[in-house]
Design a protein around this ligand. Structure first.
Ligand code: GDP
Length: 461
C-alpha cells in the first residue's frame, strides 16, 4: 500500500493544478504530452513522475529542471502540474458547473501550418463558457521554412529586436493565430509580450517533436497556474473527495470501474460514494482504489496497485458495485461524515444543470460523455433543431424505437457524437426507416444532417 502524498494533503498548500490539453485532431496534443512526460523522465530520477489513472503528475522540481532558468522552484507554492492524459475536450465541457472543475487551466494546441480548424473553435467555445484560463501552444514550428534547428531556440533565432516581430513564415502563422483568437473575442499576443496571462492569452511557439519552446510553455503555465490557484480556488484538500468521471470501464477482476479525476478533497478505500448515473445518482461503497503499477513491477495478477487513500489533484480508478450506469463527465462525491441525502441532492442538482431540455418531437442525440452531450445540445439549439431524447452511450435499438415514432421524417434521425452504433441498432434502423448519423466532429455531424434534410426536401418537391 502506498502512502498518500503528504504535500497534497496539507490544507495550507495550494493543490496541484489540473491541466487539460485541447485542440483539433492531429495538431499535436498527444505528442506535446508525450514530450513533456518524456522530458520529465529524462530529467527526473526513476519514479519522479507519478503515473495516475488518466493523468500524469509532474512535480515542481522536474518542471524546473526541464525549464531551466525559466522556472525557479523558490517562486512557486505549487506541488507541480497534473496533466490529463486523454487529450481532446469532450469530457471538459462540464467544467465548473457548481464550483468544481475538471481542469483548472488548459493548453490549446494549434498547428502553425494548419491554423484554426473546427475542433479548435469547439475547444475555444468550451474555454469561453467555462472561463478557463488557457495558453496557446503554436505547434510544429520545426516544419516552418526558415526555422533553424541549430539555434538555441527558434524564437530567439527569428526574433528581431528592432521590429519587435519574429520573421518570415513563422511570424505570419503566429499573427494569423493571434488574429483568429481576436475574432473569437480573446485578447492574445506572443507570450513574451503578455503581462497578465489571466487577462490575455499568451501564444507560445513550440515543437512537440524537437521540444523547443516546451520550457517556455511550462514556465508560462506555472506562472498562470500559481496566480490562478491563489486568486480563484477555494478548496478544502483534506475534506471529502469531489471529482468527475473520466471514463467508465470494465476491468478484469474488478467489474465496472470509473476512472476519476479527483479535483478536491480525498477518497479513502472505505468511503461511500455518490456518482452521477444515467437515471438517478448511484450510491455505492468503494471496493478498491487502484493506481497503475510501475512498469517494472507488472506481474500476472494485476496491472493495478491498491491504495488506501488519494488526495487531490489525482487520477484514480475506483472499483465499486452498481457502476454500470455511471456516466463519463458526471460528478463523483465522497459522502463520509456528510448527510447522504444532501450529497444525493447535490449530485442530482449538478446533473440537472448539465441536463438537456427535450421536446415532445425531435431528433435523438447520443454522445460519449455528459460534456459532449451538452456541446451537441448547444450546437443543435443554434441550428434550431429540437431534441426528443439526449443520452450518454452508444446508439442502441431502443434509440431507434424512439426515433421511429417521430411524425416528421426529418426527425426520424439519431445523431451520435463520438459513440459506436450497435449492430442490432443498425438492423433495426433499416427496418424502421430511421437514419443514423455518427461522427467525431460536431460541425460535420450537423452538416451531414443538414445535407440529408436538403435531400429530403428536394425529393418532396
Ligand atoms: P493529436 O491528434 O492532436 O493528439 O496529434 P498527434 O500528437 O497525434 O500528432 C499528429 C501528427 O503530427 C503525428 O504524426 C505527429 O508526429 C506530428 N507532430 C506533432 N507535433 C509535431 C511537431 O511539433 N513537429 C512535427 N514535425 N510533427 C509533429
Amino acid at each position: 500500500m502506498s502512502e498518500p502524498d503528504s504535500d497534497t494533503l496539507d490544507p495550507t498548500s495550494l493543490r496541484t493544478p489540473i491541466v487539460a490539453v485541447l485542440g483539433h485532431v492531429d495538431h499535436g496534443k498527444t505528442s506535446l504530452l508525450d514530450k513533456i512526460r518524456g522530458s520529465a523522465v529524462i530529467e527526473g530520477e526513476a519514479g519522479a513522475i507519478t503515473q495516475h489513472i488518466g493523468a500524469t503528475a509532474v512535480p515542481l522540481d522536474i518542471i524546473s529542471s526541464i525549464a531551466g532558468d525559466l522556472v525557479d522552484p523558490e517562486d512557486f507554492d505549487l506541488p507541480g502540474l497534473l496533466f490529463i492524459d486523454t487529450p481532446g475536450h469532450h469530457s471538459f465541457t462540464t467544467l465548473r458547473s457548481r464550483g468544481g472543475a475538471l481542469a483548472d487551466i488548459a493548453i490549446l494546441v494549434v498547428d502553425v501550418n494548419d491554423g484554426f480548424q473546427p475542433q479548435t473553435l469547439e475547444a475555444l467555445d468550451i474555454l469561453k463558457r467555462s472561463q478557463t484560463p488557457f495558453i496557446v501552444a503554436a505547434n510544429k514550428i520545426d516544419t516552418v521554412p526558415g526555422w533553424d534547428p541549430n539555434e538555441d531556440t527558434p524564437i530567439n533565432a527569428t526574433y528581431d529586436d528592432q521590429t519587435d516581430r519574429v520573421s518570415s513564415r513563422l511570424d505570419e502563422s503566429l499573427y494569423e493565430i493571434i488574429g483568429n483568437l481576436s475574432d473569437e473575442g480573446f485578447s492574445a499576443d506572443l507570450y513574451w509580450r503578455v503581462q497578465n496571462f489571466q487577462r490575455n492569452v499568451g501564444v507560445v511557439p513550440v515543437s512537440a517533436m524537437t521540444g523547443e519552446g516546451v520550457p517556455d510553455l511550462l514556465a508560462v503555465m506555472m506562472g498562470l497556474s500559481q496566480r490562478y490557484m491563489k486568486e480563484e480556488m477555494e478548496i478544502d484538500v483534506a475534506g471529502p473527495g469531489v471529482g468527475t468521471v473520466l471514463e467508465v470501464k470494465e476491468e478484469k477482476g474488478f467489474g465496472t470501474t470509473i476512472d476519476t479525476v479527483l479535483y478536491d478533497g480525498t477518497i479513502r478505500a472505505d468511503d461511500t460514494l455518490v456518482v452521477g448515473g444515467m437515471n438517478d445518482p448511484i450510491v455505492t461503497e468503494v471496493r478498491a482504489l487502484l493506481q497503475p503499477r510501475p512498469l517494472a513491477e507488472i506481474r500476472t495478477e494485476s496491472r493495478f496497485e491498491k491504495v488506501d487513500e488519494v488526495g487531490a489533484a489525482a487520477g484514480i480508478k475506483v472499483a465499486a458495485p452498481e457502476l454500470a450506469d455511471a456516466m463519463a463527465g458526471a460528478p463523483v462525491r465522497v459522502v463520509r461524515d456528510r448527510d447522504l441525502e444532501a450529497v444525493i441532492t447535490e449530485v442530482r442538482a449538478e446533473l440537472a444543470d448539465i441536463a438537456v431540455d427535450t421536446e415532445e418531437q425531435g431528433v435523438v442525440v447520443k454522445a460519449d460523455t455528459l460534456g459532449s452531450l451538452e456541446a451537441m445540445a448547444d450546437a443543435l439549439e443554434e441550428a434550431e433543431l429540437p431534441i426528443v431524447r439526449a443520452e450518454v452511450g452508444d446508439v442502441a435499438p431502443r434509440d431507434v424505437s424512439v426515433a421511429s415514432t417521430a411524425e416528421d421524417p426529418k426527425q426520424q434521425v439519431i445523431l451520435g457524437f463520438n459513440v459506436d452504433v450497435l449492430d442490432d441498432a443498425h438492423q433495426r434502423a433499416e427496418t424502421d426507416d430511421v437514419r443514423i448519423f455518427a461522427d467525431e466532429v460536431i460541425y460535420q455531424l450537423i452538416e451531414e444532417y443538414e445535407e440529408f434534410v436538403e435531400e429530403l426536401e428536394r425529393a418532396q418537391q
